[in-house]
Design a protein around this ligand. Structure first.
Ligand code: HEC
Length: 250
């Protein structure tokens, strides 16, 4: 296929260069902030600084292994507050999702006897003899809710494809890179965008997919950096290096 390139980034008029560069710089800054935001929100999800696979797992899959608050307390600081068989019964009840019949038959009595002396009387302590309050204590952290994931997924797909449409458009006028390589670099962010969003859903289902979230995010950061830096370089630095009206060689 014969490569015909009508104009290059280096020959753009000053106003067009300004327009393209303004856009690329703002998008570049935006991507940096997006990275910082991911570090600050997801990055701390496992309680440690820095983004790790655990963070992604906690954010999307949740913390299902530790179970509910009630179970983790009964295995932790509340361990000595009830005899072992009472504790076990409470843990089983919570793991079963807190059935109402068992609550009425037995659990509420145990709570009354072993927990309420503190929990219904000491000010500031959660009153777990109240069923509605107890329901909050037996909820398991299942990560992002479906409705939230759906919302974030479509915003992410629409918004980010717009960003990469224009970044790719500008980059398509770069010189010195074969058409095939350009096409590959331009396609990468779109492919990884799909990998990224799909992997959120897959991670919600199976925590091992957390790796794909990281690979996806990394993939389009690299592709975006290549496109932004190459375009800026060819608009502002390259023209001074080549002869003024050099018919651009490929
Ligand atoms: C001697 C007083 C005392 C008794 C008895 C007691 N607790 Fe607690 N409980 C506390 C205190 C103090 C805290 C807050 C500190 C902490 O989380 O360890 C707490 C916290 C909790 C929490 C976390 C509440 C929240 O809002 O984060 C749960 C759940 C809990 N206890 C369950 C129980 C259960 C179930 C029993 C009965 C088997 C029980 N506790 C008996 C004093 C008590």
């Amino acid at each position: 296929m014969k490569e015909i390139q009508r104009f290059t980034l280096a020959d753009l008029t000053l106003p067009m260069k300004t327009l393209y560069s303004g856009y690329l710089l703002v998008i570049g800054l935006g991507l940096l902030f997006a990275g910082a935001q991911i570090m600050l929100t997801h990055g701390m999800a496992d309680g440690k600084v820095g983004l790790s696979v655990d963070d992604i797992v906690y954010s999307y899959y949740g913390n299902r292994t530790e179970g509910s608050k009630l179970v983790s307390k009964l295995n932790g600081s509340m361990k000595d507050n009830a005899p072992p068989e009472i504790r076990m019964a409470m843990i089983k009840w919570a793991d079963a999702g807190g059935p109402q019949d068992q609550w009425e038959e037995r659990i509420s009595m145990d709570v009354e006897q072993y927990c309420s002396p503190c929990h219904a009387n000491m000010p500031g302590l959660t009153d777990i003899s109240d069923r509605i309050t107890m329901d909050k204590m037996i909820q398991v952290d299942e990560g992002q809710s479906m409705s939230n994931l759906t919302r974030v997924s479509h915003i992410h797909l629409f918004g980010i494809s717009f960003i990469f449409f224009f970044v790719g458009w500008i980059f398509s006028y770069a010189t010195g890179i074969s058409q095939l390589n350009k096409a590959i670099i331009i396609s990468v962010p779109f492919l990884f965008l799909i990998v990224d969003v799909l992997s959120w859903w897959l991670t919600k289902w199976n925590p091992n997919f957390a790796w794909f979230v990281i690979i996806g995010g990394f993939g389009y950061s690299v592709a975006a950096s290549i496109m932004i830096f190459t375009s800026l370089y060819q608009m502002w630095i390259l023209p001074r290096r080549s002869k003024p009206h050099d018919p651009t060689p490929q």
